[in-house]
Design a protein around this ligand. Structure first.
Ligand SMILES: CC(C)(COP(=O)(O)OP(=O)(O)OC[C@H]1O[C@@H](n2cnc3c(N)ncnc32)[C@H](O)[C@@H]1OP(=O)(O)O)[C@@H](O)C(=O)NCCC(=O)NCCS
Length: 221
């Protein structure tokens, strides 16, 4: 069945949240970002509202969806950030702030988000690049090519401008990115002691240079 990728619309938000909560069902990172009972409509509504707010406020954000042409069902979505020009330090050097938790949970969530943010600041800083920020496909529709199409959509556009594509891979996403030519440049380690006391979480930082580029210049400040 043919799949297609197109810009998502705000009216798609309920389905996008359904997809996101299904894809990240057992992911503690997702729980830090979107707390609450995953199946409660109020949790999804709150998540959808916050996503829409970020969507409207962030001019670099591109929300795209992958749809089954025949049935019209949205299978997955991605959020890319297009950073096409050099950004000022006050824009990229900000620490993430969590206002959806308080107390210890807020501390844990900020620590978690802070680990990723610190890595992005160290490696990419204000340099132009495209960032794959969210990628999720509904669990009922895995392994049909939707994830690949949503990644390729951004990579092709980055390459047209001679820009690199960057991401932090979950274990589920890693083989897909590797297959598409991304390579590992670093690892974000989130200490379990600060999280749930079990194993440390590793997110592989990956990069795909446009074809004509041969060397990586890590951003150092
Ligand atoms: C990671 C994720 C987005 C992949 O989505 P997906 O739509 O299943 O991805 P694809 O179908 O394009 O590719 C997945 C695999 O299916 C294979 N595949 C693609 N089309 C296929 C088809 N028609 N038939 C059989 N296999 C197929 C691909 O070759 C790929 O194999 P690989 O993992 O060995 O590389 C999805 O598993 C997901 O949402 N996971 C949870 C959230 C998550 O971790 N997101 C990534 C955050 S970094």
């Amino acid at each position: 069945m043919a799949l297609e990728v197109a810009p998502a619309e705000e009216g798609d938000i309920d389905r996008l949240m359904e997809i996101q909560f299904s894809a990240f069902e057992s992911d503690p990172y997702h729980d830090a970002l979107f707390p609450g009972d995953h199946y409660a409509p109020s949790t999804r509504k709150a998540a959808g509202d916050r996503t829409i707010m970020e969507w409207r406020q962030d001019p670099s954000a591109r929300f795209i969806k992958c749809t089954d042409r025949e049935s019209g069902v949205i299978l997955g979505y991605a959020k890319w950030n297009f950073y096409e020009t050099e950004r000022p330090r006050e824009e990229w050097a900000k620490s993430p702030e969590v206002d959806w938790y308080s107390g210890r949970k807020k501390e844990i969530a900020e620590n978690f988000l802070g680990a990723t943010a610190a890595m992005r600041q160290k490696l990419w800083g204000g340099d132009p690049h495209y960032l794959l920020n969210i990628l999720c496909v509904h669990k009922d529709h895995h392994r049909r090519g939707a994830g690949t199409m949503l990644v390729q959509w951004g990579v092709v556009r980055a390459e047209r401008l001679g820009l690199r594509s960057c991401l932090e891979a979950s274990p589920a996403g890693y083989p897909l990115y590797l297959r598409l030519g991304f390579r590992q440049v670093d690892t974000v380690v989130v200490k379990a002691a600060d999280w749930d006391g079990s194993f440390d979480r590793h997110y592989i930082v990956m990069l795909k240079q446009p074809e004509e580029f041969t060397s990586v210049t890590a951003h150092e400040r």
